[in-house]
Ligand binder design. Structure first.
Ligand code: HXC
Length: 223
């Protein structure tokens, strides 16, 4: 792995909550934030994935805690945000990395299949932002009055920039994520000094997303 271009202590004293932080891109961001000084809370649906991720982070010397929860449930979002603040005393950074994905032709995709991914990626991202708002505001609980507002990072994709086979649900969901990133950046940046940004990674090796989008049968077919 290349050496980080950032100062090793750039996130010292910061507290980050990452949905989907137990695996894939979410885990790598957790580890990198932690290596740069942040304390890490990760939220996910699978206890074993969370436990393994927390152990891996702790073995790197990173203060870490895992909370089970599903971003589709507002009560889970609220509970996990509050548990993070209770555990670490405040919240500075929210990363929305939880996502659902599978390949499905539009013709074969049920409206509920479409809705499921919209609920995880788009509504889930909004729900987490909404529950975290009061803690991320400049001068919010646990935050020093002199510090700036917090930071939200939404993980998007590039699928919807044009059109992508068998990804109508994910394309729609990530387009919505981009829209809410821009609108929250406008409203909450102006009103509360919260920075809201999105990143749109392409395919990343060794992630659940890539194994779903490029199943071994397809790789073997092309070999
Ligand atoms: C068609 C499917 C389906 C499939 C589920 N559904 N899987 N339809 N093909 N393979 C439909 C079901 O039939 C059902 O609709 C509805 O979706 C809900 O299904 P459930 O299994 O009940 O949902 P749930 O258990 O909540 O699981 C949701 C899930 C999730 C989205 C399937 O388990 C999942 O995908 N997890 C993987 C997480 C993941 O891959 N993360 C990485 C994302 S990568 P009906 O009508 O039957 O009730 C990413 C980046 C993309 O997003 C960009 C890369 C370049």
């Amino acid at each position: 792995m290349a050496e980080s271009p950032f100062k090793a202590d750039i996130l010292n004293g910061q507290v980050a909550l990452l949905t989907g932080g137990g695996s894939g891109i979410g885990f790598e961001i957790s580890a990198q934030f932690g290596k740069h000084g942040a304390s890490i809370a990760i939220m996910g649906r699978r206890k074993k994935v969370l436990d393994d991720a927390v152990s891996a982070l702790k073995s790197l010397g990173i203060p870490a805690v895992g909370f089970e929860g599903d971003v589709r449930r507002r009560e889970d979002a609220r509970r996990v945000v509050e548990a993070t603040v209770e555990h670490f005393g405040k919240l500075d950074i929210l990363v929305n990395a939880a996502a659902g994905n599978f390949l499905a032709a539009a013709e074969d995709l049920s409206p509920n299949g479409f809705k499921t991914v919209m609920d995880i990626d788009s509504v889930g991202t909004f729900t987490m932002c909404h529950e975290a708002l009061k803690y991320l505001k400049k001068g919010g609980p646990g935050r020093s009055l002199s510090s700036s507002g917090g930071f939200i990072l939404n993980i998007s994709a590039t699928l919807h920039y044009t059109a992508t086979w068998y990804q109508i649900h994910v394309s729609a969901a990530k387009a919505a994520v981009d829209a809410l990133t821009r609108n929250l950046a406008l409203e909450w940046g102006t009103d509360y000094d919260i920075r809201v940004n999105g990143i749109a990674p392409g395919p990343i090796g060794d992630t659940q997303g890539l194994s779903k989008l490029l199943p071994e049968e397809i790789i073997n077919d092309k070999a």
